[in-house]
Design a protein around this ligand. Structure first.
Ligand code: MN
Ligand code: MN
Length: 470
């Protein structure tokens, strides 16, 4: 440790995945140096002392599922701005996908390694918080399997394959990618929806003239998600490799993940705040543009599904929560919904990068569905371990000092007008939540202080990650 230390956070309640306790936290050189009951002597000479009385001292959230868009000529601030939004919400690291629509070039759609190079160049001095990349493995790539070893060696041990959409990957390639990554210490993430069932349902709806946004939801059944999830975990079993099921939305799919785990498969799964907070009633909305706010894949499900996801988070059947943030705007990407554009031609996704901790704390901890320790596990400790963020994810000596000071007694109402993301709406408009982020530190440096942004563009580093899926 260097003396004097840089920062001492005093009198807060430190929360780890295992327990909560009152302690002081000293930070030196960007890392957590000491966690102890009374660090008044270190505080006396520290450069900065923060009183966290009455506050929770949480490890910063790690959002492993975002579709943040890299800067473009027209929108040079969008990547930076969404990183600022993440910080306001208590997130200190995020992973981006570089699928089509996120500003990636045609070259990146043909080669994973070209995509990594391009992403790193585009984001090198652009983020307020730490971040990384999970490349999308696209159907049109020249030799994606041949690039996986070099990808992992470049500090990028995870990638996402899609069973659906134009850039879907064939099942055989998904299986081979899973096996190759598993052998190298990597992990494949899979978007599980059955392409045959969904294509057929979409075609049939369109043929009947059912083109409104609500039919997006009715054509993407829980059964289609479940059968695809079953296949993905079966692949993981046969390949003896880990798999990460992204954005799991329903009880029917969850059952297959739980069964696989129980029989020793390294099957991991995330769900998202929207499936934990909202239900398919949103699609009863007659106005197509309002309905398109919730046009996401998989779609919102029933209240019973929502409840079973909370149970899965509590029991361990689900491993983590991530946002699936897409900064779509009603005025731009979703606008076609108001002009009668069919649902299959409207952009999928909804914003969420700033509301992860708010929704999980309120829906989970404040309502007694999960403990605060489990929340820390789901939002920081497990995402760090599964995705290879070796220095992050816990208030623990030697880890990066990525710290959130959180007031559990505060109450606030979520309003798009008060958020900082690059979307023009939030699915949680008007939702009253318990808890509020007060200050956020990344590697010991304040990014949010008493609710105000004090960070710097480019302070956030690209994180080269270690082994994933362990
Ligand atoms: Mn997806
Ligand atoms: Mn996604």
């Amino acid at each position: 440790m260097r003396y004097p230390v840089d920062l001492v956070i005093r009198n807060g309640t430190v929360v780890t995945a295992a327990r909560s306790f009152t302690a002081d936290v000293a930070v030196s050189g960007g890392s957590i140096a000491v966690v102890d009951t009374d660090l008044s002597s270190l505080a006396a000479t520290a450069h900065d002392v923060v009183d966290a009385s009455g506050l929770l001292v949480l490890p910063g959230c790690i959002d492993v599922h975002t579709h943040t868009r890299v800067a473009s000529d027209d929108e040079p601030d969008r990547f930076f701005q969404d990183s600022v939004a993440a910080a306001f919400g208590g997130t200190t690291s995020f992973l981006a996908f570089n699928n089509p629509g996120t500003g990636s070039s045609a070259k990146a759609h043909r080669s994973i390694l070209a995509g990594i190079h391009e992403f790193r160049r585009a984001t090198a001095s652009d983020s307020a918080i730490d971040f990384g990349l999970s490349p999308a493995i696209l159907g049109g790539m020249v030799d994606p399997l041949g690039e996986l070893a070099a990808m992992v060696d470049a500090g990028v041990p995870t990638a996402k394959a899609f069973m659906v959409f134009d850039f879907r990957l064939a099942d055989r390639t998904i299986f081979e990618a899973m096996r190759t990554l598993g052998q190298r210490g990597g992990m494949l993430e899979v978007h599980c929806e059955d392409p045959v069932l969904i294509d057929a349902a979409v075609a049939s709806a369109l043929q009947r003239g059912n083109t409104a946004p609500r039919y997006h939801a009715s054509t993407r059944s829980t059964g289609a998600e479940a059968v695809a999830t079953h296949r993905a975990v079966a692949f993981a079993r046969a390949a003896d490799a880990p798999v990460h099921v992204v954005h799991l939305s329903c009880a029917e799919a969850l059952r297959y993940v739980a069964e696989a785990k129980a029989t020793g498969v390294r099957a991991h799964a995330e769900t998202c705040p929207h499936y934990l907070t909202l239900t398919e009633e949103r699609y009863d909305e007659p106005d197509p543009l309002t309905c398109a706010r919730s046009l996401i894949s998989p779609p919102l499900r029933s209240a019973a599904d929502r409840d079973s996801l909370w149970d899965g988070l509590a029991s361990g059947a689900l491993d983590l929560v991530a946002t699936d943030h897409v900064a779509d705007r009603l005025a731009v990407e979703k606008a076609g919904a108001a002009q009668g554009v069919p649902f299959d031609k409207i952009s999928n996704g909804a914003p969420g990068i700033e509301t992860l901790l708010a929704t999980v704390f309120d829906g989970g901890v404040a309502r007694g569905r999960i403990t605060v320790e489990r929340m820390v596990d789901l939002l920081a400790t497990t995402p760090a371990r599964l995705f290879g963020f070796d220095r992050k994810g816990a208030i623990e000596v030697g880890r990066d000092a990525d710290i959130v000071l959180f007031d559990p007694e505060a109450r606030r109402t979520i309003r798009a007008s008060e958020l900082h993301h690059t979307s023009d709406y939030t699915p949680y408009e008007g939702l009253e939540v318990g808890g509020a982020v007060r200050s956020v530190f990344v590697r010991g440096t304040a990014v949010i202080r008493d609710g105000a942004f004090v960070g710097q563009r480019g302070f956030g580093k690209f994180v080269e990650r270690g082994t994933a899926g362990a």
